[in-house]
Design a protein around this ligand. Structure first.
Ligand code: NAD
Length: 287
């Protein structure tokens, strides 16, 4: 038997928080979405209303009123105590800044009922980095969604050694219930499954092109033809956007910094940031 999750609160209404809130509401659950002040909430509300259009255009069946209805199940607030008072599950999607995360869990530990499960959507921190602040290490784990949750519907579930298996199982069940494919990790791993695979692939591709060994098109062709994959690593770069990989590489070792410099000179400085800007390694039709 797992704990029933029927009320969800999402902290942060940014890129990912708004998507998590919308996806959860789309699958019928009431959602409270929290952000720090009225300005942040207004931006969150705009993101959520844009998601109505996106779901209507891209999700089968959403245009019959279901997406509009989903929006009505989301309540926005900047009062943290009120936001978490009745939550079975709090999904934290605040900025990827350790001090902000820590501060958030310190507050949550006292404000949320002891039965509330906390899940972090952090991409780079391990739940172990935060568990001692939660006041409930047995009811805390990572639940990591991908950008464009309605299309790329993986939800990586990763607990610490302290996470209660029943809590873990309940969160897996929840992920399933909101249309995600749960990706279960048995142990903590930086990068989860997806980025443990993807980051080395993208790095190797960039190394080949930046080192002058082969053009991006040739690298992509090789990957597609020889493995049957639908897209090559540089097409993936364009989808992800070049800014995040550039920031990561520029803080890496010397070889990574050389790749970062190549990205900057040839792409970033020319405004070629990927699909979102109409140009990256490839050119895309502008909307
Ligand atoms: P974002 O900057 O778009 O949104 C962060 C939101 O948190 C903003 O609305 C901001 O107002 C709010 N915020 C700021 N301080 C806060 C506080 N003290 N308490 C509550 N909310 C606060 O960030 P994002 O891209 O949505 O990332 C959020 C989390 O999701 C990060 O942990 C990130 O690693 C993770 N994530 C992001 C992506 C992605 O592609 N963007 C993918 C997977 C996971």
């Amino acid at each position: 038997m797992t704990d029933d999750i029927s009320t969800v609160t999402v902290l942060g209404t940014g890129v990912l928080g708004s998507q998590i809130a919308f996806q959860t509401a789309y699958h019928g659950l009431p959602v409270v979405a929290y952000d720090i002040d009225d300005e942040a909430l207004a931006a969150g509300r705009t993101r959520l209303t844009q998601l109505i259009d996106t779901y209507e255009a891209e999700v089968d069946g959403a245009a019959d009123g279901t997406a509009k209805e989903a929006f009505t199940r989301i309540r926005l607030t900047s009062d943290l105590a009120d936001a978490v008072a009745k939550a079975d599950l709090v999904i934290e999607a605040v900025p990827e800044v350790l001090d902000i995360k820590k501060d958030t869990y310190r507050k949550l530990a006292t404000l949320a009922p002891q039965s509330t499960i906390f899940a972090t959507n952090s991409s780079t921190l391990l739940p172990s980095d935060l568990k001692d602040l939660t006041g409930r290490p047995d009811r805390f784990l990572a639940l990591h969604f991908a950008n464009q949750i309605w299309r790329f519907n993986t939800a990586e579930v990763m607990g610490t050694a302290d996470t209660d298996p029943k809590v873990y199982a309940g969160v897996v069940e929840f992920a399933n219930s909101i249309g995600m494919v749960p990706i279960e990790l048995h142990r903590e791993k930086a990068g989860y499954v997806l980025n443990s695979l993807l980051v080395p692939l993208l790095h190797a591709a960039a190394e080949l092109a930046a080192g002058g060994y082969a053009d991006p098109e040739t690298v992509d062709n090789t990957w597609r033809i020889a493995t049957g994959a639908p897209v090559g690593p540089f097409q993936i770069f364009d989808i992800v956007g070049l800014t995040t990989p550039y920031n990561l590489l520029s803080h890496g070792d010397e070889a990574s910094q050389q790749i970062a410099a190549w990205l900057k000179d040839n792409y970033i400085d020319k405004g070629r940031l990927g699909v979102a800007t109409g140009q990256g390694f490839y050119t895309y039709p502008t909307k």
